[in-house]
Design a protein around this ligand. Structure first.
Ligand code: BG6
Length: 478
């Protein structure tokens, strides 16, 4: 077979990602410090794959030094994770810091830096405090928005001198979509208006935290940046027919532009207001809040891209007795012959990288952005172990290569993409799927004391980082 080599620019980041709640475990957690995820796990353990959840996770809390040694060995220059809001404070209203957790965070950051690894920190990766969820309805409350700003201020005060890359949220649309739109997660309430309010309040929270960050002068003092990590679903219409294109456009409006536009452009698409009004799901907002959003856009964005989303116009009638759902305008479409990741049930279509990159260039002012997550989750990976017990995850290497090459092609075409963060550094716990789909460069062996072992992909990534050359098939850009 014929191969070509694509050069990876020296300054193009090749890193890996995770989050606090998916790795740390509950060691040292105080009774009142449950997060929303912890509540869900405690209330509905039976839906978490094999009963695993955040309780021990990867035990990063105790083993971060060991993990950082591996990061260094692989050659990672950047590691993306979060700070767990529910654990960082003892009192969310008067923002009393939990010194034990803050000290642990301090040690992690220092250890990363000592090893030449830049921390990229998210202020919320679904770690909304359970108490704020139960008392105020979580992100449905503007008071919670203000508490988030206060929490962020405390975090910046502690670590703002060392952490240069900040993000407000990871995938701010996800929790409320699963909870209030699709009603498939605790507390299983279908309520589209709440969905919209959470969407708006998180966009507002991002703007308010950006405002605070700018006022405090972190950029000037430390050259740091603040952004948000979004998960736009690159949307394709089934056909070139008008009705299918319209279905894709509306999907994009409700699930992608709803965060991309306010965060980057400072404004919602006017049509969204019309649709919200038509379906009686308008969020509650003031002129002043919309102005804050307008004036405080992000410096850059991280995008989590895993799969394409294909839609067609509805072929069946909408049931009007159920609450409004954007699916009123579309149905999902499964492309016959598509390549699938059968374990995760996601289509594999690496071109999403290029198409999204071009969109960032053309529709979003070519703002600086990077891939904050992309990776391949596979079940029962231990069956691929060789005689030395190393998981031979060639499928992951192929998956990453195929996605990276489309991304690099977009960089060649002028998209302002600065890097690629693989999900994930080690296997870790996901919401509900827990350890089902393994994503890591490094295996976590649940049978043997959560021991770490690099997979074949870790050695491959190490080589990629060092040599900056990606091998691709000659006929690849089809
Ligand atoms: C991403 C989330 O969307 O998907 C991660 O940001 C999550 O937190 C990852 O772990 C993989 O999810 P899953 O369900 O395939 O294990």
């Amino acid at each position: 077979m014929d191969f070509d080599i694509m050069k990876i620019p020296r300054n193009f980041i090749l890193g890996a990602a995770a989050s606090a709640w998916q790795t740390e475990g509950w060691a040292g957690k105080k009774t009142k410090q449950d997060s929303y995820l912890d509540l869900w796990y405690k209330n509905n353990k039976h839906v978490w794959h094999n009963g695993y959840g955040p309780a021990i996770a990867t035990d990063f809390y105790h083993r971060f030094k060991e993990d950082i040694v591996l990061m260094k060995e692989i050659g990672l220059t950047h590691y993306r994770t979060s700070i767990n809001w529910s654990r960082f404070l003892l009192d969310y209203e008067s923002v009393i810091v939990d010194e034990e957790y803050a000290d642990y965070t301090d040690q992690v950051i220092n250890e990363l830096l000592k090893n030449g690894i830049e921390p990229m920190i998210c202020l919320e990766h679904y770690e909304l405090p359970g108490e704020l969820f139960e008392t105020y309805g979580g992100w449905g409350s503007k008071h919670v928005v203000d508490l988030f700003v206060k929490y962020s201020e405390k975090v910046f005060e502690r670590y703002g001198d060392r952490v240069k890359n900040w993000f407000t949220f990871n995938e701010p649309i996800v929790v409320q979509t699963r909870v209030y739109l699709d009603a498939i997660r605790y507390p299983f309430e279908q309520n589209t208006k709440k969905w919209m309010q959470w969407n708006f309040n998180k966009a507002l929270a991002t703007a308010k935290v950006v405002q605070l960050f700018n006022q405090k002068g972190y950029k000037e003092r430390y050259g740091s940046k603040i952004g948000v990590i979004l998960n736009p679903e690159v949307t394709y219409a089934r056909s070139s027919a008008k009705h299918d294109i319209e279905a894709a456009r509306i999907y994009d409006l409700f699930f992608n532009r709803i965060f991309l536009d306010p965060s980057i452009k400072g404004e919602y698409p006017p049509e969204l207001f019309e649709l919200m009004e038509k379906h009686d799901i308008s969020f509650d907002s003031t002129e002043n809040e919309l102005q804050i959003i307008k004036e405080n856009t992000v410096d850059y964005v991280g995008l989590n891209l895993y799969f394409p989303y294909r839609v067609k116009a509805r072929t069946t009638a909408w049931n009007d007795s159920t609450p409004f759902h954007p699916a009123y305008y579309y149905e999902m479409f499964d492309l016959p012959g598509r390549k699938m990741n059968p374990y995760r049930g996601w289509e594999i279509y690496p071109r999403i990288m290029f198409d999204m990159a071009m969109r960032m260039k053309e529709d979003y002012g070519n703002i600086e952005w990077f891939i904050a997550e992309n990776g391949m989750g596979v079940e029962n990976e231990f069956r691929f172990k060789n005689d030395e017990g190393i998981i031979q995850d060639d499928y992951r290497i192929e998956f990453i290569s195929d996605h990276l090459k489309w991304l690099l092609k977009a960089v060649e075409r002028g998209s302002n993409c600065t890097g690629f963060m693989l999900w994930a550094f080690t296997d870790n716990v996901s919401p509900m799927n827990a350890y089902k789909n393994r994503y890591g460069l490094v295996e976590i062996n649940l049978e043997e004391n959560r021991n770490r072992k690099m997979k074949k992909s870790a050695y491959w990534y190490m080589n990629l980082i060092e040599n900056r050359e990606l091998q691709i098939h000659k006929d690849v850009f089809r």
